[in-house]
Design a protein around this ligand. Structure first.
Ligand code: BTN
Length: 260
């Protein structure tokens, strides 16, 4: 049976800079790594996007890998020059990029719960649909460049309990190129918002943060300790704040996981 195509509004406005310089490689190691080496060799305009159909060494957060079927999902990296963000506030970029993907996915799935799971995973009904890997280049205590790598599961079929894709949810086959352009608009809008009104980005992030304000069970993997608490905020350095009976505890990446 031929899959139905998802029909999107074709009249969305073009972007000012995100995706204006567009590099497509049928295959590469990792779009983040390749964009970083291109940046080191030549001057690239802000908003340059590198897209691929297949990564041989896709990277995830904290040294993990990102695997994605060929020609099936979105895998891209965007180059940004967020000079207006202080190094101490760099997690703001992560919030803005997660919101950009959240905007795209929630528009496509208007009747489904879409959340950001700290730090920047996108979940649909509790299952991961997108991972984001942000790599900032720092120089003289400033952010010289930011490479924002985004992997969104679109047409791959998932049976497992932890991951999902648009097609797994709706049964519809999506046009990758078209969704990529929609994503460029979402990224640009959130990036410009970050420049004008960072407080609004922080508010929007907490509004859709998975588990925010809800009593939940957590686990500390290194000690195998479980505890109860409520996510109550994010530090300026991007660490997760959890209110417990003993006070507010603060965790970095991979130091804690939300069980339920
Ligand atoms: C994670 O959830 O651990 C982050 C995954 C990020 C994957 C994307 S795919 C495009 C870009 N290139 C990479 O090598 N990684 C990111």
């Amino acid at each position: 049976m031929e899959a139905e195509k998802y029909n999107l509004d074709t009249n969305h406005p073009p972007t000012l800079f995100v995706g204006r310089n567009y590099i497509f490689l049928p295959e590469t190691t990792s779009t983040n790594a390749t964009l970083k080496s291109l940046y080191a060799k030549s001057s690239l305009p802000e908003g340059t996007v590198l897209i691929t159909s297949y990564q041989t060494e896709g990277r995830g957060q904290a040294g993990t890998t990102w695997e994605s079927e060929k020609d099936t999902n979105i895998m891209l990296s965007v180059l940004l020059y967020p000079k207006f963000i202080a190094v101490a506030d760099q997690f703001m970029i992560s919030k803005a990029m997660a919101l950009a993907v959240h905007d795209l996915v929630s528009t496509l799935l208007p009747d489904t719960e879409v959340n950001i799971k700290w730090p920047n995973d996108i979940l649909v009904s509790g299952k991961k649909i997108c991972g984001i890997l942000i790599e900032n280049g720092l120089k003289a205590n400033a952010i010289e460049y930011c490479i924002c790598g985004i992997g969104i599961n679109i047409n791959q079929w998932f049976e497992d309990q932890t991951r999902t894709s648009l097609k797994t949810i709706t049964g519809v086959e999506y046009d990758l190129e078209y969704l990529e352009k929609q994503l460029f608009s979402c990224i640009e809008a959130r990036y410009l918002k970050l420049k004008q009104n960072p407080a609004a980005i922080s508010k929007d992030y907490l509004d859709v943060l998975y588990g925010f304000g809800k009593k939940s069970k957590f686990r500390i993997p290194i000690t195998d300790e479980n505890f109860e608490g409520t996510i109550c905020g994010i530090n300026t350095d991007g660490r997760l704040m959890i209110k417990t009976a003993e006070g507010v505890k603060i965790f970095g990446l991979k130091e804690v996981s939300l069980i339920s």
